[in-house]
Write a protein of this length. Structure first.
Length: 254
């Protein structure tokens, strides 16, 4: 059996301790409850605080669980609810567009595909659930970066790879693309990630009006585009699907 990592075990114990009982605990309370030296407990708390998992009250100096844990918990719930709510609407979108449909969420500075509906024809296709797509060059990635502050910051933090001659990689160009996405309510990728492939996507919101994912279609440029532009009918179909899923999740302003 593989050995556990002591520092991770201790960090988990700190989080469990803060999750139960009193809302806020002092350093001495935490160290005593877990049988740790104060220096060890302080190091764990400082690291957890830097990652947003723990917050310290400025006046009392006591610690409590941080907002990042809530965000992670909501993300877990959102993904499962998102997939359940999107099943029927994504099937309808695949039939209406004749293209493959993807549902994606933000994950590790990229887009994680959590649902995939095959293109409704007899061609051989590979299921892409669990695949990662880049934030900066795909329609779903641009949608997430345009509305999700975390995705936006992650888009600009790391150097971005130019997959084709059309890929935008510099911050000013990326920012301009995100502004356009917010203005029109959808994003596209025409051969920015893969030669000969285009995609279009729209945001999915939950009952809090928070962006929880994106829905999009992808396929050959000649099927999705006219004169290099995404066909308006396909844009309309994708946006209708995004609105329908959002409404099912409790979003109202559409």
């Amino acid at each position: 059996m593989a050995r556990s990592i002591q520092s991770l075990e201790r960090a988990a114990a700190v989080l469990r301790l803060l999750a139960g009982g009193e809302r806020r605990l002092g350093l001495s309370d935490i160290a005593s409850a877990l049988g740790l030296a104060k220096g060890t407990a302080h190091g764990l708390l400082r690291t957890l605080q830097q990652e947003g998992f723990v917050e310290q009250d400025e006046i009392s100096g006591r610690y409590q669980l941080g907002a990042e844990l809530l965000r992670l918990g909501n993300s877990y719930l959102d993904v499962h609810e998102l997939r359940a709510r999107a099943l029927v609407w994504s099937d309808d979108l695949a039939r209406a567009s004749g293209e493959a449909v993807y549902i994606g969420v933000l994950h590790q500075q990229g887009v994680l595909v959590v649902h995939h509906v095959f293109r409704p024809d007899d061609s051989r296709q590979v299921l892409e659930i669990g695949a990662m797509q880049p934030l900066h060059s795909t329609a779903m990635g641009k949608v997430l970066a345009a509305w999700d502050p975390v995705a936006h910051s992650e888009l600009l933090e790391a150097p971005r790879e130019a997959f084709t001659t059309r890929t935008a990689t510099e911050p000013p160009e990326l920012e301009a693309g995100l502004e356009l996405t917010r203005e029109r309510g959808w994003a596209c990728d025409v051969e920015e990630s893969w030669e000969g492939v285009a995609s279009v996507a729209a945001p999915i919101f939950d009952r809090r009006r928070m962006p929880v994912g994106a829905v999009g279609i992808a396929g050959a440029v000649e099927r999705l585009c006219d004169a290099g532009e995404i066909r308006p009918a396909l844009v309309a179909s994708v946006r209708d699907c995004a609105r329908s899923v959002s409404r099912d999740l409790g979003a109202r302003r559409f």
